[in-house]
Design a protein around this ligand. Structure first.
Ligand code: MCN
Ligand code: CUN
Length: 784
């Protein structure tokens, strides 16, 4: 935008400061734990030390004697009310409290209600539970072996197999692979990880026994969906339920599910008639909330001798813990894993996934990844590097040779997605230029000659975000669209409400920017609200980078509806026919008569003081936006690592990220999203991992051994952009919130494997801890 081009203050493309930061950086945010109500009680939870055990007795008398303790809730109490189990988002069942068996370590066993947080904790510690340990299964392959102990005895099917899902052309893919001159296979394990939001999960539930109104302040990314599910499960009238998602200290997918604590606090409030607060501590959050990943992947890629990809076949075993609590669209039990053909025009592809139960907490939610896209991107980008290695072609050259070309969009992938737009070579070339790829390869050659370990890794990812076209996407039957309601008040000031819910992404700023651009009003005059089901229009919430593709589009569409009406009012004020009025350079102008115009603020005043006969007073509109397609952001990342031969320590020397999310609403916010996302991609590549021993004991249940990167470990990110607008989005924007988390891990892993090439190492599973790298260096050859 040149300085003298017409523009509106705070419109699209401007790096204005975040409105929400005025309160957040002053400690004036309003988070769930800030909610304090008169007569409020506190709830704490007794948890299981065993991963699998029969509960033979629960004694509550000692707990009830702790001063301040008012009640203890057990599974039997809930069973009597039909609430011992609740549905998961994937139509499985999850225990609120067990009636007879615990199925993972740290599972909720009883809840204690008291008049202070401390009394509740003391009470929870005083609940006595007798357990009879049962055989434990933590490995999904073993869980599926004949004779394995069946975990979910409540199901009709007496096995640990949950579901099988497949898509693509099996016979065609088999034939294409058989006919391929070059084939590469690899097993890849993507371990369990857990988001570590600054704020843990919690709620304040308040049943007003007089009015019958139930209000819950809740750390949720999807308040409307929660309200509907609450209404369906409890039978409370939906208009009497109010879900408020106040300021949220990070969600990252971990605040999509309904956890037992929310239900327990709700039951406790309904039972006692008092407001009840439940706030998880950090260990509970790490040990018991839903986890991400845990995919065991077997992949095979085929190519011609000159390096053109032909076919891709992927078989996966998914570990879902004791229940399938995945936050996926209902029709896709493995999420959008079938974006796995990535940036390449495979003629044939076939993907299958089997899901298994194990004695672990619920798995299958996300970690800054729209529904298994990270798993898919990691697989295809690792496989492309293995193929390059086998063919002895430079990995950049192999990608450039294969990319879907810009003129092929809209492009239909072998697994059925229609990519909206892309320029993959453009992004990779830009990254190569910024990092001086050719120079790095020369440096690497010189270093190799001296025996030093330096690696360069590329990831050219394609994402799929913005669920969704409601034909294909629903959650428990609720269609996935999103909404905006925009009201312009007489003085030209705006309140706009949305069905999404920011957890730190900056919606108060960026939605205002979209509206500023569309309405010609400064962003400062536009107030954005989300997260209160009493006031916001119905929407499905914020995850899967869907807010910009859906509610962002709804903002534009609602504003354009307002403009239609405003044009009629403007014509009335200008004393011309509406046909003679056009919206140009942020004002209503009489065609061909320079200087004769009305601003949106002038029209707004007239809408309440002087609206023309035959029109309604007021100036507002609502839009429920059902996108015609997903958006497909993409990017190319290049990572340079140095490895210390003596210790196996990997250090990321440089990391260049070129992202393309179409039209950029706020460049500073997008850069912030990329920086945070890259750090959350760096984490599982090099540090984070949750493991379990054979008895189901968690390793990684505290920050002592679950290694979240701090500013000290985090490398310096270098970012750049290309802009390829989405042809179907009203302003051409695609989502961006997860791109970097999805794109980064394979770039880092590819760089490490590239460094280890002289040692004949094909693959090491992430996280690439020093000891694993050291072992590979000393073991020689292939390493697992
Ligand atoms: N944006 C933009 N231009 C674009 C695309 C996006 O300026 N072309 C801006 C948006 O206006 C918005 C932000 O970037 O302010 C992210 O937008 P979008 O990609 O639409 O993603 P969502 O708003 O739907 O956010 C969800 C996404 C997800 S799924 C995870 S996980 C994640 C992420 O956002 N969780 C986050 N980023 C996070 N950032 C913070 N601070 N906290 C989290 O919990
Ligand atoms: Cu994919 S984690 Mo985000 O969808 O909330």
């Amino acid at each position: 935008m040149s300085a003298d081009a017409p523009h509106v203050k705070g419109g699209i493309g401007q790096s204005i400061l975040r409105k929400e930061d005025a309160r957040l950086i002053r400690g004036k945010g309003n988070f769930v734990d800030d909610v304090k109500l008169p007569g409020m009680l506190y709830l704490d939870i007794t948890r299981s030390p065993y991963a699998h055990a029969k509960i033979t007795a629960i004694r509550t008398d000692k707990a009830l004697k702790v001063p301040g303790v008012l009640a203890v809730i057990t599974g039997k109490d809930l069973e009597a009310a039909g609430l011992a189990w609740m549905p998961t988002l994937m139509s499985d069942k999850q225990m609120v409290l067990p009636t007879d068996t615990v199925m993972y370590q740290a599972q909720e066993v009883a809840a204690v209600v008291a008049d202070s947080r401390y009394a509740a904790a003391d009470g929870a510690a005083a609940v006595e539970v007798d357990y009879e340990p049962l055989p434990v299964v933590t490995n999904p392959f073993k869980a599926l072996e004949p004779g394995a102990p069946v975990i979910r005895t409540d199901r009709a099917e007496k096995s640990n197999h949950i579901w099988h899902w497949e898509t693509g052309d099996k016979a065609g893919t088999d034939a294409a692979l058989d006919g391929s001159a070059v084939r590469v296979t690899q097993d890849l394990y993507i371990p369990r990880i857990h988001v570590s939001s600054m704020e843990t999960c919690g709620c304040v539930a308040n049943m007003d026994p007089v009015s019958g109104r139930f209000t819950i302040w809740m750390t949720t990314q999807a308040p409307h969906a929660i309200r509907t599910v609450y209404a369906l499960v409890t039978g409370l009238p939906e208009q009497n339920i109010r879900v408020i998602s106040p300021d949220i200290g990070g969600g990252f997918g971990g605040k999509v599910p309904v956890y037992p604590g929310y239900v327990l606090a709700s039951v406790a409030s309904i039972k006692t008639g008092h407001p009840v607060k439940w706030i998880e501590d950090r260990s509970e959050n790490l040990q018991a909330d839903s986890f991400a990943r845990d995919y065991h992947i077997h992949a095979e890629i085929g190519a011609t001798q000159d390096g053109h990809v032909t076919a891709l076949r992927v078989k996966t075993l998914a570990d879902h813990g004791y229940t399938d609590a995945a936050a996926n669209p209902s029709k896709f039990p493995a999420g959008l894993f079938h974006i796995i053909t990535g940036s390449y025009p495979f003629a044939k592809a076939f993907v299958e996934v089997d899901a298994a139960y194990t004695n672990k907490p619920p798995g299958g939610i996300a970690y800054r990844c729209s529904f298994r896209v990270t798993e898919a991107v990691y697989t295809i980008e690792r496989m492309m590097d293995l193929l390059a290695h086998k063919l002895n072609i430079d990995p950049a050259e192999l990608r450039l040779k294969n990319f879907i070309p810009p003129e092929a969009f809209p492009f239909r992938s072998a697994l059925g997605w229609t990519y909206d737009s892309g320029n993959y070579a453009g992004a990779l070339r830009k990254a190569m230029e910024i990092i001086d790829y050719a120079g790095l390869r020369r440096e690497q050659e010189a270093k190799r000659a001296k025996g030093e370990l330096m690696g360069i890794g590329i990831s050219s990812f394609t994402e799929i975000v913005g669920a969704g076209p409601s034909q294909t996407f629903d959650i428990l039957g609720i269609k996935m669209f999103d909404s905006a309601e925009v009201r312009i008040h007489p003085t030209g000031k705006v309140i706009a409400r949305f069905g999404t819910k920011s957890q730190g992404q900056g919606h108060e700023t960026t939605y205002a920017q979209i509206l500023a651009e569309e309405l010609g009003l400064p962003a400062d005059d536009i107030r954005v609200e989300e997260g209160d089901t009493d006031t916001a229009p119905y929407g499905l919430g914020t995850y899967a980078s869907r807010s910009t593709p859906t509610a962002g589009a709804a903002a534009s569409m609602a504003a354009r509806k307002i403009r239609e009406k405003a044009r009629v009012i403007a014509a009335h004020l200008l004393e011309v026919s509406p046909d003679d009025v056009e919206w140009k350079d942020y004002a209503f102008r009489v065609k061909g008569v320079p200087g004769k115009s009305k601003t949106m603020a002038e029209v707004a005043f007239a809408a309440y003081t002087n609206h023309p006969k035959g029109t309604e007073a007021g100036l507002e509109a609502t839009d429920y936006y059902d996108p015609p397609n997903m958006t497909y952001p993409f990017g190319s990342y290049i990572c340079v690592v140095d490895i210390d031969k003596e210790t196996g320590q990997v250090s990321v020397r440089r990391f260049v990220a070129v992202d393309d999310c179409g039209t950029i609403i706020n460049p500073m916010i997008v850069d912030g999203q990329i920086h945070g996302g890259l750090t959350m991609g760096f984490a599982p590549a090099l540090l984070e991992e949750i493991q379990y021993d054979e008895d189901g004991n968690i390793h990684g249940g505290t920050f002592m051994d679950y290694l979240v990167p701090t500013a000290v470990e985090t490398p310096n990110w270098e970012t750049a952009k290309t802009v390829t607008p989405s042809p179907h989005h009203p302003i051409g924007a695609k989502g961006v919130g997860e791109s970097a988390t999805v794109g980064a891990p394979p770039a880092i892993a590819n760089a490490v494997m590239d460094a280890l090439r002289p040692y004949g190492v094909d693959h090491i599973d992430i996280p690439l801890h020093p000891w694993k790298v050291w072992q590979a260096l000393h073991g020689g050859g292939k390493s697992a």
